[in-house]
Design a protein around this ligand. Structure first.
Ligand SMILES: [Zn+2]
Length: 169
């Protein structure tokens, strides 16, 4: 598993909630374009992390415990082992072929329309399309849902942050 992080721009404050980015015109775009599209396409999940204000940090909001998350992950892995038990060399959703995607990541009309619109609006590549379907399949497995529902697809689309035209566009 590859986990990587980067600054949003050379000065580090692009999209910062209350500090000004001082990078000149085109600088943010140039900074991001150092990472090639094909490389970004191969990374399943892109998420933008913005600084958390102190008041939020200090709030003692109950969140899901690591123990609970771990149990959900183990369950989702079991679902995938069962799904691919007859397919050698495929153990998890990320490894699905296009043919398996069509079989195991079938979308209802509403979810399909949402994905189509997102593809057009965000100008996503065919590779990004496959990634979204695979990630949506995993989100629905984590949700213990047999079908990929519209909210699973919409969540998966939000994980393609760096494909967005809006990013430094
Ligand atoms: Zn900047």
């Amino acid at each position: 598993m590859l986990v990587a992080s980067m600054n949003p721009c050379p000065c580090g404050y692009y999209n910062h909630p209350y500090r000004q980015c001082i990078c000149g015109p085109g600088v943010v775009q140039r900074y991001l374009s150092k990472i090639s599209g094909p490389l970004l396409d191969r990374i399943d999940i892109h998420v933008e992390i913005v600084p958390v204000p102190f008041e939020k940090l200090a709030e003692s909001q109950p969140s899901e415990t690591s123990k609970n998350v771990r149990e959900r992950v183990i369950k989702a892995r079991m679902i995938q082992l069962e799904r691919f038990k007859d397919t050698p060399n495929v153990h998890c959703n990320a490894q699905m072929s296009s043919k398996q995607l069509r079989k195991y990541a079938e979308l209802n009309d509403e979810a399909m329309t949402m994905l189509k619109n997102a593809m057009l609006k965000l100008n996503l590549s065919a590779r990004a399309y496959d990634r979204i379907l695979k990630v949506a399949r995993t989100i629905s497995d984590l949700d213990n849902s047999e079908n990929i529902e519209t909210h699973h697809i919409s969540e998966a689309i939000t994980y393609r942050n760096l494909d967005r035209e809006g990013w430094a566009g």
